[in-house]
Design a protein around this ligand. Structure first.
Ligand code: ZN
Length: 270
C-alpha cells in the first residue's frame, strides 16, 4: 500500500503558491518534503526560507535548478560555474541535499563539444559541492531538448560522466518524463545503481501539445510509473519521490483541488 511518507512536490507543480503558502498547504496535506525551485527563494533571506520549512516540519529534497554549462563563450561558461556555486550554497542554506542540473545545450555548439563543457563544468564544481555538503544531480533530459536545454539525454550518458568525474558528489536524478522512452532503460538504471539520487514523476500525454508545459498528472498518460519505480528501487534507492509537473492546463485548476488530485494520483499510480 502506497502512502505519502516518501512523497515530495516541486514548488513549480503548484505554481500559484509562493513558498509560505506551499509550505502550509503541503504540510497540512501530509506531504513531508518538497523540491524547491530557486525562484521560490527570491525576496526573502535564505535563513527565513529555511525557517519556513523547519516550522512546517518539511524537508527540502532538491534545489532546482543549476547546470547550463554549455556555451560558445568561455566567459559565459565561467559565469555558469559561478552561478552553480551560488546554487550549491543556497541548497546548503535550506538543507537540500542536492542541486538538480539541467546540463545545458546550445544550438551553436556541436553536441560532443557541449558534452565536454558539461563534464568539465561538473568536475570543476566538485570541490565546492563537497564543501557545501550538497550533491550535483545530473538530470538527463528527453532528446527533444538536445538543441538548447541539455546535451545529456540518457541515464547511460549520465553514468558515463559520473564514471569520469567521480560519484562521491555527483549523482543522477531520474525523471520519468525524460527517460521513459529509452530502450535501454532497465539496463541503464541497473548500471547507474547507487549513482541514482533522485526520482521525479509525472506522465506523458498523447498528444503532447507543448514540449515544455504539457506534462500530465500521474496516471493520465502512458508511462509505466510503478514499473519505473520498481527499476529505480531495485538499485537500492529509497529516497523521496518528487512530483514535478509543468502544465498550463493543470496550473489553471483551483490549487487546493489540484493538490488533492496530485496526492490521489501519487497514491494510486506511482
Ligand atoms: Zn525533473
Amino acid at each position: 500500500m502506497n502512502n505519502l511518507k516518501r512523497c515530495a512536490i516541486h514548488t513549480i507543480t503548484t505554481k500559484a503558491w509562493d513558498l509560505p503558502t506551499a509550505c502550509a498547504k503541503y504540510a497540512e496535506a501530509g506531504v513531508p518534503a518538497l523540491g524547491v525551485w530557486r525562484q521560490w527563494l527570491e525576496g526573502r533571506p535564505l535563513a527565513e526560507s529555511r525557517k519556513l520549512l523547519d516550522d512546517h516540519g518539511l524537508t527540502a529534497v532538491s534545489l532546482v535548478r543549476g547546470g547550463f554549462f554549455t556555451s560558445p563563450s568561455a566567459e559565459k561558461r565561467q559565469a555558469a560555474i559561478d552561478e552553480n556555486r551560488r546554487c550549491l550554497d543556497e541548497a546548503a542554506a535550506i538543507g537540500a541535499g542536492q542541486v538538480v542540473l539541467v546540463c545545458g545545450a546550445d544550438p551553436a555548439v556541436p553536441l560532443p563539444e557541449a558534452r565536454k563543457h558539461i563534464t568539465e563544468g561538473i568536475a570543476s564544481l566538485i570541490p565546492h559541492a563537497a564543501g557545501a555538503g550538497v550533491k550535483l544531480a545530473i538530470e538527463p533530459l528527453h532528446p527533444m531538448y538536445a538543441d538548447c536545454r541539455s546535451a545529456v539525454n540518457t541515464i547511460g550518458q549520465s553514468t558515463d560522466i559520473i564514471d569520469e568525474v567521480g560519484a562521491e558528489w555527483v549523482g543522477i536524478a531520474v525523471d520519468a518524463y525524460h527517460v521513459w522512452w529509452d530502450p535501454n532503460l532497465e539496463r541503464e538504471i541497473k548500471r547507474a545503481g547507487q549513482r541514482i539520487c533522485g526520482f521525479h514523476v509525472c506522465d506523458w500525454l498523447t498528444p503532447t501539445t507543448d514540449f515544455l508545459n504539457d506534462r500530465g498528472l500521474m496516471g493520465e498518460g502512458c508511462i509505466d510509473l510503478p514499473g519505473l519505480r520498481r527499476m529505480v528501487e531495485g538499485t537500492g534507492f529509497d529516497g523521496p519521490i518528487e512530483v514535478e509537473i509543468f502544465s498550463d492546463r493543470l496550473w489553471k485548476q483551483d490549487p487546493d483541488q489540484y493538490l488533492g488530485d496530485i496526492i490521489a494520483a501519487y497514491l494510486k499510480h506511482v
